[in-house]
Design a binder for this molecule. Structure first.
Ligand SMILES: *Cc1c(COP(=O)(O)O)cnc(C)c1O
Length: 371
């Protein structure tokens, strides 16, 4: 059996007719950047996520960058984030001349450890970026409490977590702003790059709309120095088609995760493999990735590969130990939970279309190697 980590062609086959019609209507319309399709998508995503405003931008990375810029993060400011996340969360901080302040993670949720945030707060600290990693919300009540105590802005990195709920409330409603990514492999993926800022703050939404268009409200008049960071109409039209399926696809991801969990338990492997665990009651996990942990990760990965099952490692090296951040002076051993977990994580195929037989095949491979 051959099971890829992710193959987007299957999903495309399912919705091909609608996608072609949507793309064609944009081609015929003559409006290729922003415009009606983008405005409609912004309204639909805002409604899906239960926020007041959504602003389409060129990528998830830009959604983070423009949010920080709009919140007036400046050179020399410090911004707190987990060390265990995709690079972009940190890269945008450095691009503004600000300084990433890396915090260790919780060993169960793999999200930023809220109790370790305070140790990193200095007079220069201006913001926190909690990441809802793999689709599980970070502990927003504690994070927001700390942010309020120290008067810090909060930008949620919700790039992997569209639609996830924390204590019944959708991610994107906690911080000053939140970033979504429409990178093709994300839960809601375009056929190219795309992203969106979510916010309940009208002035912030307006500011981000200016920043994505070189800082001008109307053409050729600029009140601030912005960027070229627009969502294009073809991607918006594609995303509008896919948004109709997102709830179904998310349900299927959750079903796949439940099936994995019970298969690991039935094979009595849950002692040897740490399964994804829910940290917070009343929160949902949208399983952008299904990530397990095992001490024998590299050998298992190779064995699975040889038997046709592709897996992924998100992420092999925490950000505080990346070469590009050497100048920040972090030492090995400083953020031990993330350092250890990076050596153990393994992402299994989580395609919403995965069937029980395929899941059972994957788990049986684990069983044959581990016992
Ligand atoms: C994908 C991702 C981003 C960046 O999104 P792009 O659209 O690829 O720029 C940022 N943060 C996290 C956690 C992500 O997973």
């Amino acid at each position: 059996m051959k099971i890829p980590l992710l193959d987007l062609r299957g999903q495309y086959q399912q919705i091909k007719g609608e996608i072609k019609a949507a793309v064609n209507s944009v081609l015929e319309s003559g409006q290729y950047i922003l415009g009606e399709q983008v405005e409609k998508l912004e309204k639909e995503i805002a409604s899906y996520c239960g926020v007041d405003y959504a602003v389409g931008v060129a990528s998830g990375t830009d959604a983070l960058l423009l949010s920080l810029k709009a919140l007036e993060i400046k050179p020399g400011d410090e911004v707190i984030l987990p060390t265990f996340t995709f690079f972009a969360t940190a890269g945008v901080i450095s691009h503004l001349g600000a300084i990433p302040a890396f915090v260790d993670i919780d060993p169960i949720s793999y999200n930023i450890a809220p109790e370790k945030i305070k140790e990193k707060i200095t007079d220069q600290t201006r913001a926190i970026i909690p990441v809802h990693l793999f689709g599980q919300p970070a502990e927003m009540d504690k994070i927001m409490e700390t942010a309020a105590d120290y008067n810090l802005k909060v930008v949620e990195d919700a790039c992997q977590a569209i639609g996830a709920k924390y204590q019944g409330i959708q991610v994107g409603n906690f911080g000053n702003a939140a970033a979504l990514s429409f990178f093709p492999s994300k839960n809601l993926g375009a056929y190219g790059d795309g992203g969106m800022v979510l916010t309940n703050d009208k002035l912030l939404a307006e500011k981000i709309k200016r920043l994505r268009l070189h800082g001008g409200e109307r053409k050729y008049y600029h009140q601030e120095i912005g960027y070229n960071s627009r969502l294009d109409a073809i991607q918006a039209a594609i995303l509008r088609v896919k948004l109709e399926y997102l709830t179904e696809w998310t349900d299927n991801r959750q079903r796949v995760a439940v099936t994995y969990n019970s298969a690991f338990k039935e094979n009595k492997l849950d002692g040897m493999v740490s399964l994804p665990a829910k940290k917070i009651r009343d929160s949902t996990h949208v399983f952008h990735q299904y990530v397990i942990r095992t001490g024998d990760r590299d050998r298992l990965k190779l064995f699975l590969e040889k038997n046709g099952v592709s897996t992924g490692i998100y992420y092999p090296l925490p950000l505080h130990l990346q070469k590009c951040f050497k100048g920040l002076g972090y030492q090995e051993g400083e953020l031990p939970v993330a350092e250890k977990i990076c050596k153990q994580v393994l992402a299994l195929p989580i395609d919403p279309g995965l069937n029980d037989e395929e899941i059972s095949y994957i788990v049986k491979l684990f069983a044959s190697k581990m016992r």
